[in-house]
Structures are given as C-alpha cells and as structure tokens.
Ligand binder design. Structure first.
Ligand SMILES: Cc1cc2nc3c(=O)[nH]c(=O)nc-3n(C[C@H](O)[C@H](O)[C@H](O)COP(=O)(O)OP(=O)(O)OC[C@H]3O[C@@H](n4cnc5c(N)ncnc54)[C@H](O)[C@@H]3O)c2cc1C
Length: 405
C-alpha cells in the first residue's frame, strides 16, 4: 500500500531538506528516523558553525536541527521517529520496526539519507584490554549533550579530522581536559588553522604517533603509543576514537542495491538515483562526512530530481560508468555519468572525489582515448575535491587517473 509518494529514511539535514523541498512542490512525504527526535547528527553537536549556508546565521547544532524540523513540519512533511528501517526491497518497499511493531511500507520513491558512522576501535585493530571509556565522538556528544554526563576527565583524542576538534569543544563544554591529540600521519587531517584551537586549549598534538594498545581492567588507565622515537606509555582515563567516517550502509549491503567498494555508499547517477531507480540517496551516506550545509544543499537538489522522476522527466538510467585507475583515489561520486541532463532536473554539476592518502599530481578524466578534463591537485585524505562534470560523447566507460609527481 502506498502511504506517501516519497519515503525518506533518515531525518538529518539531507533527509529533512529533501522532504521539505518535495512537500513544497506538492509531493506527499514521510520521513522515518530511528532516534527519539528528528534532526540527525547536529542534535548532538552543541557548537557552531551550523546554518550559514541555509539560514545565513551562525547556529549551534541543536538549534539548527530544530529549525530544520520546524521547516519540514510547516511544509507538510510527516515525521515518524523511533522507526527503524530494517530492510529495503525492490520497487520502493521497506520493512520497518517501531513501537507499533513490524510494518511494510511502499512508496513511489525512497530517498536514503542515513548518514555516516565513525570507524570503531575494533575496525582500527587497536590492541590491549577492553575497558570502559573508549568511544566515538558521536557517542561522547550524546553522553555530554543529551544525557548531561561526564564520561572521563583526562582522555586522549585519536585523529585530527575536523570532528576531532569538535570533540575538543565538547570536552571543554563538559569540563574535560584532554591529555593529547594523537595523529598517525605527519600532518593533521583538518585544515591547519584547526590546530590553533588545540594550542589555545593547551592540548598537544602528537603527530606521527599511533595508539598500539589500550590498558585498564574496568576503566581506561593508559595507552601505549608508538611514537617516531619509540614506544611510550601515557596515563589517561578515556580514548575518543574520532573520525574515519564511512557511510552507514548496513541496510544497503543487505539489499539488492549496488554498493561502491570505494565510497562504501550506493552507486548513484547524477540525479542521486540508485541501481533500482525507485531509490535515491543524498547526504553523507554517499561518501563520508561533509558539512551539514553541503548535505542540506544535496538533499534539496536530489528532491528536485525526485520531483522530476515522479513527473517522468528523468532520462532512462543509462549512463557511462566511472572507473578509478590510481591507488591514491578512494572514491568518486556520482559513479554513473549522464550524457544529457534536462533543465531543472536536479542533476549534479560536479564530481566529488576523495583520496586514500596524501597525494599531488594531475587528474585526467578520459573517454574513448580523449581527455575530457584535466586538473592539478594536492590534497590529504578526507578533504573535499570537486571537478566539473564534463560533457560526454557516449555511454562508454570513463577513467579517472591521478598522475603523481
Ligand atoms: C561530531 C560531529 C561534529 C560536527 N560538527 C559540524 C559543524 O560544526 N558544522 C557542520 O556544518 N557540520 C558538522 N558536522 C557534520 C554534519 O553534522 C553532518 O555532515 C550532517 O549531519 C550530515 O547530514 P545527513 O543528513 O547526511 O546525516 P545525519 O545527520 O547523520 O542523519 C542521518 C539520520 O539517519 C538516521 N538513520 C540511520 N539509519 C537509519 C535506519 N536504518 N532507520 C531509520 N533512521 C536511520 C539516523 O538516526 C540519523 O538521524 C559534524 C559531524 C560530527 C559527527
């Protein structure tokens, strides 16, 4: 039974902005989220900067999330919280579980906007004991901002992506004093001004350093560091394992939909359409973490594509496949590129790239032996790189190569 034209899975910035845009266009939309409240990650991030692109003002995460929810409700969107989608079936059919029990819902289109997860301690293969006090930034922010608790006093923060500096701010808010930030690479991953925040707060950043083992019986008591000058023990009562964001794609992997091994998210075309054209995707699920404003804008654009699809205005899903031919290239989104894009159809105009490791050189986008586009880059992993989507000659494969020098 079709309850809404469109079902959106995930009430973060991408899902809510898409739902609002669709509702404003007269499409009936229901948003499903497993949490008690809608709003996504920003609900836990009680710090700026949120809202500049969307509302032209500097906001903290919870106020920003509340505004997104208010706008969606005002536009006529139905939001169902405490509702977890547990399976995706062909043709836009979902199995859900909620306080009402198990249900099956069907819509003409399903938008997936389930965001990202941080890479866990287990996935990073950190040895030692398994005491309490080891957590992701997201878990820390939930404990501090939603539960009002202080899980430790003097933790270490592993990682230096932007989110690690968000963890620093959360610690400061809760009266927690981190002992150090630990970065395995020789440079920090966030843009270098972020390091000034650590300096101002008196937290040293130990570059070229890994955490080999975590010690402690019930609570963390220390960590063994592998430093350039040799092993070192450090006393600490907690470990914040930050960043290493990967798409929250458990649902996708268990489904009939095609997953990109590079991004870990769905394979999409320029409209955000998946291998089953009744499914679309937007937000961090596509590639890993971006700013909330980026995800919000992506949600709005994909909503225009969904509206065009419901009106039968999108071209059939035939497209050229993009292949990455250099080991430094981790992902490129969209993976299927269009030959022709009808006006106001919500097609992406740029290709988003990420690297596996620091690299510099010349990118070349090739089709049928012709160079469509070339660009010099120098970047670190997890940094945003974009290229204009080139005009294609045919649906034959396109290759993207990085010639390093
Ligand atoms: C610690 C931290 C600090 C950050 N600070 C900033 C900042 O200061 N400024 C900024 O611009 N950005 C910041 N970001 C990034 C920003 O918050 C995210 O990019 C943005 O929230 C992503 O939006 P999204 O809609 O893609 O996903 P999310 O906000 O992650 O929302 C996804 C939603 O999907 C739901 N969901 C997942 N699976 C299911 C399922 N199976 N069934 C039902 N619901 C499901 C989740 O409950 C969640 O509500 C921060 C991120 C983190 C982690």
């Amino acid at each position: 039974m079709a309850q809404s034209d469109v079902l959106v899975v995930g009430a973060g910035p991408a899902g809510l902005s898409a739902a609002t845009e669709l509702a404003k266009r007269g499409v009936s939309v229901t948003v499903l989220d497993r949490e008690d409240q809608a709003g996504g990650i920003p609900r836990h991030c009680n710090h700026p900067p949120y809202g500049l692109r969307e509302f032209h003002r500097l906001m903290r995460g919870p106020a920003y999330a509340a505004r997104l929810v208010d706008e969606a409700l005002a536009a006529g969107v139905t939001i169902r919280t405490r509702t977890t989608v547990v399976a995706l079936h062909p043709g836009g059919t979902l199995d859900i579980t909620s306080p009402q029990g198990l249900e099956t819902l069907t819509a003409r289109v399903v938008l997936l906007a389930t965001g990202v997860r941080e890479t866990s301690r287990a996935a990073r293969l950190i040895g030692g004991e398994k005491p309490g006090g080891v957590m992701s930034t997201g878990a820390l922010q939930g404990i501090v901002h939603l539960n009002g608790q202080r899980p430790f006093q003097r933790p270490v923060i592993l990682g230096t992506e932007l989110v690690a500096f968000s963890a620093l701010l959360t610690c400061r808010h809760a009266g927690i004093t981190p002992v150090a930030m630990i970065e395995p690479a020789t440079r920090i991953t966030a843009y270098s001004p972020a390091a000034m925040l650590a300096g101002v707060l008196g937290v040293p950043i130990l570059r070229g350093t890994a955490i080999d083992a975590i010690h402690g019986r019930t609570r963390v008591e220390g960590v063994r560091l592998n430093r350039p000058e040799g092993p070192e023990e450090m006393a600490t009562d907690g470990v914040i394992v930050s960043g290493g964001f990967r798409p929250d794609a458990a649902l996708l992997r268990a489904s009939h939909l095609e997953v990109d091994p590079g991004s870990g998210g769905p394979v999409i075309d320029a409209w955000g359409r998946l291998s089953d054209p009744s499914y679309f995707a937007a937000g961090n699920l596509l590639r890993g973490v971006e700013t909330a404003g980026w995800c919000w804008a992506e949600g709005r654009r994909v909503a225009r594509a969904i509206a065009a699809s419901l009106q039968g205005r999108l071209p059939a899903p035939t497209a050229a496949r993009l292949r990455l031919t250099s080991d430094a290239l981790r992902l490129a989104v969209p993976q299927m590129l269009p030959i022709d894009t009808p006006p106001d159809s919500g097609a992406a105009t740029r290709l988003q790239l990420r690297l596996n490791r620091p690299a510099k050189g010349r990118l070349r986008l090739m089709q049928e032996g012709q160079c469509l586009l070339t660009r010099r880059i120098e970047s670190l992993p997890e940094r945003r790189i974009t290229l204009p989507l080139p005009a294609l000659r045919s649906t034959s494969d396109i290759t993207l190569t990085l010639e390093e020098r």
